[in-house]
Design a protein around this ligand. Structure first.
Ligand SMILES: [Mn+2]
Length: 368
């Protein structure tokens, strides 16, 4: 039975998730959150350390979260990541943020150009690059504008290629931003090094200059907007949760000296020490959190496109979010790669639920 339903959700090429009901992904009422804190996240007021004015200090008063839906699918081969923003909203994201003390502004989803969602090899080895680039250009402008307005951009992916747009917008507004990239993968490929040509593996590879120079965006259709920058420097980035790194990515991480906490480091140091050292490395910078749901162990987050075993536990995943929020320096964030099509009902439900719980944790929810 379960398999039949899974197969029905693997949308054929060219269809959109809007054609399918998302009712099956709604939270069952008896489900307990267990998120950042004990208790149900639908409590009238969520426990929050928000009132002491130390949190989210880069946002103007009243603290306003701008929800930016970025239903991008072109950076990887599966339809379904485009339903992430819709499902997170339906699960009550807006009211949860309000209960934490945020003023909430929900902006319309970025409208991406449509095109062939094709697996054919692009001559640039960057599949759908014109579509990804066009969408990321739009997203970058929205994110930059929201930061200039003093708001907290909360980007809901979409696949991780949206990181190109959100990070470009963040860096244009605040060039010294520190980035915490929570992911099973390094996402440091370029079209030249990528084995798959899928652009969700390239956001950092495109925005960071490599040992052999910067990427020439003038040769990549859709990416003219990045010809003159911005770029992220290696010292502005920290990885958490890596466990599947391509050979050239490994070489570049070492050569560039990028601060990296793999799952082995999480095992050895513990997540508390990992996050303490990660934030010390980025001290004094406004922070952008890029949270790929595939950083979490696939037992807990099965509905995602590139699962790798041995990921963050439930509490480790929440601790990352809580610790970044409690630093007071978090200024923007995104959550990506939630794809309900890629798991059965329960798996899809649990992944969406985890996504929303992690958002509440990095948006300030605390246990006490
Ligand atoms: Mn990723």
């Amino acid at each position: 039975m379960a398999m039949t339903r899974i197969c029905k959700r693997l949308f054929p090429t060219g269809t959109t998730s809007a054609m399918y009901s998302s009712d099956a992904y709604r939270c069952s009422p008896e489900r307990n959150s267990g998120g950042a804190g004990a208790g149900d996240v639908k409590d009238k007021m969520l426990p929050s350390a928000f009132d002491d004015n130390k949190l989210f200090k880069y946002c103007k008063h009243p603290r306003t979260a701008s929800i930016i839906g970025a239903p991008m699918t072109y950076g990887q081969p599966f339809i379904g990541t485009d339903s992430g923003p819709k499902l997170l909203r339906e699960r009550g994201l807006g009211s949860m943020l309000s209960q934490l003390g945020w003023r909430v502004e929900d902006t319309p989803d970025i409208v991406f150009e449509s095109g062939n969602h094709s697996n054919s090899v692009d001559p640039h080895n960057a599949k759908n690059c014109a579509l990804v680039g066009h969408g990321c250009n739009l997203l970058a402008t929205v994110v930059e504008t929201k930061i200039q307005e003093g708001r907290f951009p909360l980007v809901l992916g979409g696949d991780h290629s949206v990181g190109i747009g959100s990070l470009a917008g963040v860096l244009r507004a605040r060039p010294d931003t520190g980035v915490i990239w929570v992911d099973a993968h390094a996402d440091l490929n370029t079209p030249e090094t990528s084995g798959s040509g899928n652009m969700h593996g390239m956001p950092l590879g495109l925005l960071m200059d490599h040992p052999d120079g910067g990427y020439d965006f003038s040769t990549l259709p859709g990416f003219d907007f990045l010809v003159d920058g911005p770029r992220i420097k290696p010292e502005q980035l920290v990885y958490v949760g890596l466990r599947d790194v391509d050979p050239m990515e490994r070489v570049w991480i070492r050569k560039l000296g990028i601060k990296t906490f793999t799952m082995t480091d999480v095992d050895f140091l513990g997540i508390g020490q990992v996050m303490k050292q990660a934030l010390e490395h980025l001290k004094g910078r406004p922070l952008h959190l890029s949270y790929d749901i595939d950083s979490v162990d696939p037992v807990l987050a099965p509905a995602t496109g590139t699962k790798v075993r041995g990921g963050l536990t439930y509490r480790e995943a929440h601790f990352v979010a809580e610790f970044v929020a409690q630093s007071g320096d978090l200024a923007s964030a995104e959550i990506v790669e939630v794809n309900p099509n890629l798991s059965c009902d329960d798996g899809a439900n649990e992944t969406v639920e985890l996504g929303i719980q992690l958002i509440t944790s990095f948006m300030g929810k605390s246990i006490i």
